[in-house]
Design a binder for this molecule. Structure first.
Ligand code: SAH
Length: 239
């Protein structure tokens, strides 16, 4: 493997569940529910995806990658869990989604090979599973074209997030398997913003994602206290 920035226990968790990526009632249900919201938000900011070159980092089974390809983007999804990538590939073939490719490669290695190639880079629900998120943010910044967009999502390291995202989601509602998330790996929005700025990105916008256990739906909102999205941009005159 071409990077040391990976937690093999984390990859194993996702690999074990890989056959369930496209089962909307499985452990991946929250990602299926979130997907239309985050896709709409990306399009609202970056404009129509048709013809755009998009990289989806930590793509898993391809829930976001495939939806962006369906909107006309030319998408590369990368992950280090081989079983998830196989499932993603198979699903894309079955669904006959074109302009969609998957590769098992570390984002740092891809950044060294093809810097500045992508109009949009997305990295969703992945930073909280890696040992060194700064290195991932830097690689994403290197991969996007000047003027291009980088979108992240992760979970706030706040007491509220501990209660809702870990105790609530894993122990009370059983939405996620126990042990899915480790509190210490959550990132405060200010910390993620600093990682972006240190990587030369301009931070443009933060948005919260709230889960309502009664309606069982997610919505976008101002409060970034638990799950949140961050939009950043590489300045045009940044070399
Ligand atoms: N981004 C997808 C999947 C999120 S689940 C979505 O939001 O729908 C987190 C994913 O990160 C898993 O697929 C896991 O295999 C991947 N992952 C964890 N550590 C990684 C690493 N170091 N490099 C690439 N992918 C990683």
């Amino acid at each position: 493997m071409s990077t040391s920035n990976v937690d093999l226990k984390e990859l194993a968790k996702f690999s074990e569940l890989a056959h369930k990526w496209w089962d909307p009632q499985s452990e991946f249900r929250p990602l299926h529910q979130l997907n239309p919201l985050r896709l709409g938000w990306i399009e609202q900011i970056a404009g129509p995806l048709t013809g755009k070159k998009v990289l989806d980092v930590g793509c898993g089974g391809g829930i976001l990658s495939e939806s962006m390809a369906r909107q006309g983007a030319e998408v590369l999804g990368i992950d280090l869990a081989q079983r998830s990538l196989r499932v993603a590939q198979l699903h894309a073939m079955e669904q006959q989604v074109g302009h969609l490719h998957y590769r098992e490669i570390a984002v740092e290695a891809l950044a060294a090979a093809e810097p500045g190639q992508y109009d949009i880079v997305t990295c969703m629900e992945m930073l909280e599973h890696v040992p060194d998120p700064a290195s991932i943010v830097q690689a994403c910044a290197a991969l996007v074209k000047p003027g291009g967009h980088v979108f992240f999502s992760t979970i706030h390291r706040s007491p509220k997030a501990f209660w809702l995202a870990i105790v609530g989601a894993e122990y009370v509602l059983n939405m996620l398997p126990r042990g899915t998330h480790e509190y210490a790996r959550f990132l405060r929005p200010s910390e993620l913003a600093t990682l972006c700025r240190d990587a030369g990105l301009d931070v443009e916008q933060l948005k919260g994602m709230r889960y309502n256990p009664f309606t069982q739906r997610f919505s976008l909102e101002m409060d970034v206290g638990v799950n949140y999205l961050l939009h950043s941009r590489r300045p045009v005159l940044n070399g």
